[in-house]
Design a protein around this ligand. Structure first.
Ligand SMILES: [Zn+2]
Length: 81
């Protein structure tokens, strides 16, 4: 069982549709060789379904995001419905 303090829920907005999204991220989801670290976020919604790149800092807080799938991410995280 993972330490829940290291699996924070993140609330943000999908850069494609602008709707609110929620996802859970852990340190295992990113390559921590450099920060901000990219991770792919798949908006798991019937009306969107797009995947974008979110960049997080060492505390797994979102710094910025890009519409395209940028190189360097090691995982795709589905948003929580
Ligand atoms: Zn979306």
């Amino acid at each position: 069982m993972k330490d829940s303090r290291k699996m924070p829920l993140r609330y943000n907005y999908c850069p494609f549709c602008g709707n609110k999204i929620v996802f859970r991220i852990t340190e295992d989801d990113i390559d921590s060789a450099r920060y901000p670290a990219p991770v792919y976020i798949h908006h798991d919604d019937d009306s969107c379904g797009k995947t974008s790149t979110f960049y997080v800092d060492s505390l797994l807080r979102v710094s910025y995001k890009e519409l395209e799938k940028k190189p360097g991410a090691i995982k795709t995280l589905d948003t929580i419905r």
